[in-house]
Ligand binder design. Structure first.
Ligand code: G3P
Ligand code: CA
Length: 272
């Protein structure tokens, strides 16, 4: 039986551009997203934080320090303050071999700016980051997505997947709109011995609201992937940048993956 919430036929393997094409350009900038789209990523991945004045912005960290020339918490700054920051120069300094003068002065985009630029020409794989420190984040996200007509009648016609490490955030989103495909992110500590385990009870619980799980790939094995697939859930591991790892995961049966190099994954997929 076809699950109407699955975003695509189960055999469609999703190439998810992690923070855009962040192996090539400063993460979570319009340039990075544009590159991912040109590299034919099926989805551009967007991490969300919220400003002091309640605007959703695309940024991975809770703080401004790593990827802008600002400092402190996003939630302590207004959008106007954040818009003055340079979100590109850090990349040129950290990766001189990939530096490009045009990255200097790139800004932190709001979610609305991303949606205005790409419209329905791409798909969006959006993460609610730190939802516990941003009350109302899910409601605001759904309002913005609705404004840009990104929901369909069911998962297959939706342009959006929402992901989170927080089951509470996903369950809240599911209660607000049960037609949006949701993905439960998982993290297994690399410093513990052995592989990550997923129990039948966990799978059954996640199936109540999610269509897929997204684990860190270095702590899973073939048995893990098979167990998830047999439960009926899809599996999109993160963040996979080496072709040999992409091939291994495809051979294990993953149904998509997050990568900083959607161009590399596109090449690998030609043989699948
Ligand atoms: O969302 C999948 C993956 O991006 C989770 O890790 O820290 O890169 O958001 P992170
Ligand atoms: Ca993410």
């Amino acid at each position: 039986q076809i699950n109407p919430l699955l975003p695509a036929p189960p055999e469609k393997i999703l190439n998810i551009g992690h923070r855009g094409a962040s192996g090539h350009a400063p993460e979570h900038t319009l340039v990075s997203y544009e590159m991912a789209q040109k590299m034919k990523a099926d989805y551009i991945e967007i991490d969300l934080q919220m400003t002091k004045d309640g605007i959703l912005v695309a940024l991975h960290d809770e703080t401004l320090d790593r990827t802008t020339n600002g400092t402190g918490l996003v939630k302590d700054h207004t959008l106007a303050e954040i818009k003055k920051l340079d979100a590109g120069s850090w990349f040129n300094e950290k990766y001189p071999e990939k530096a490009n003068p045009s990255y200097v002065g790139l800004t932190v985009p709001t979610l609305e700016e991303v949606l205005q630029k790409f419209g329905t020409d791409t798909n969006y794989y959006i993460e609610t980051k730190e939802p516990s420190i941003y009350p109302g984040m899910e409601e605001e996200l759904l309002l913005v997505l609705d404004k840009y007509n990104l929901f369909g009648q069911n998962g297959r016609s939706s342009k959006v997947i929402i992901q989170s490490f927080s089951p509470e955030s996903l369950k809240k989103t599911h209660a607000l709109n049960p037609n949006i495909p949701l993905v439960q992110l998982l993290w297994y500590d690399p410093n513990t011995p052995g592989h990550g385990e997923i129990t039948d009870a966990e799978l059954n619980d996640m199936k109540q609201y999610a269509i897929a799980v997204g684990p860190n790939y270095k702590k899973i094995d073939q048995a893990y992937v098979q167990k998830v697939r047999e439960s009926g859930l899809l599996i999109h591991p993160y963040t996979v940048n080496k072709p040999e790892d992409m091939k291994m995961l495809l051979d294990w049966g993953v149904t998509g993956l997050f990568t900083d190099y959607p161009d590399v994954f596109r090449e690998v997929l030609k043989n699948y």
